[in-house]
Design a protein around this ligand. Structure first.
Ligand code: C5P
Length: 229
């Protein structure tokens, strides 16, 4: 089976408080998405990178040999991924091929961690995801802004991307949530879990943040300037 990357990049980036989508914000002289695509194309095992853009996004992208862009983004991240999987299949990817779904906004992912995920999962019956053991204490907050209770930290992980599953299995798992508008499906693993399988957790790196809030951009910029990625 071959390995493809699928990059959902059709979000509006409203939480980042920027004028446009956050993947086009410039960090260390390049757009966020360019840093992300550079990390993915640095992994030889990935035969192709498919980017999902919003249908009305005029940005030129995907003219590289291994990078193609499809303007099939949906209303949610899961819908964008689902549409991207259909496009990948139409372009010749097979049901048993692996797809590594990676957020456009995770521009600090290290190629070595992507390669480690592929190594850990390519013989796995289910697949898996990069994740980090939770370092902070987890609070359940109530609507009045006070702590409801503290959750045990033991065994808790923060899900990152890439998340690596078979194209056919992921498409089928997501399809079950199409009628509900993909409610509650915030990553690929959750759809796979609802379908009854147990994804493998592969320890990633704390640097692999998703730039979401304004303060994340300053951290990402500093790391990129320092040549960390
Ligand atoms: O909104 P969130 O931070 O979860 O977005 C994660 C990734 O999913 C981003 O790269 C964003 O561009 C993408 N996305 C998408 N389609 C949407 C919403 C988000 O491709 N409708």
């Amino acid at each position: 089976p071959r390995c493809y990357a699928l990059v959902p990049a059709a979000g509006s980036g409203s939480r980042a408080g920027l004028a446009g989508p956050k993947q086009y914000h410039r960090l260390a002289g390049r757009r966020v998405i360019d840093h992300t695509l550079a990390a993915l194309t640095a992994v030889p095992a990935l035969v192709g990178v498919a980017v999902v853009l919003a249908p009305d996004d005029p940005t030129p992208l995907g003219d590289g040999e291994r990078v193609r862009a499809w303007r099939v983004g949906g209303a949610t991240r899961a819908e964008s991924v689902f549409n991207g999987l259909q496009a990948l299949a139409s372009a010749g990817a097979r049901a048993h091929d692996w797809v590594l779904v990676h957020d456009a906004a995770r521009c600090l992912v290290r190629p070595a961690d992507i390669a480690a995920l592929i190594e850990a999962c390519r013989d796995d019956p289910v697949g898996g995801l990069l994740a980090m053991p939770l370092a902070d204490t987890l609070k359940d907050g109530a609507s009045d802004g006070r702590v409801e209770h503290t959750l045990p930290r033991e065994g808790k992980w923060l899900a990152q991307t890439p998340q690596m599953f078979r194209l056919g299995a992921l498409r089928a798992a997501l399809q079950r949530h199409q009628a509900s508008g993909f409610a509650g499906i915030t990553d690929e693993a959750s759809a796979i879990e609802h379908a009854g399988a147990r994804p493998r957790l592969v320890r990633g790196h704390a640097q692999n943040i998703k730039v979401t809030y304004p303060e994340d951009f300053a951290v990402a910029e500093a790391l990129l300037q320092a040549g960390a990625a």
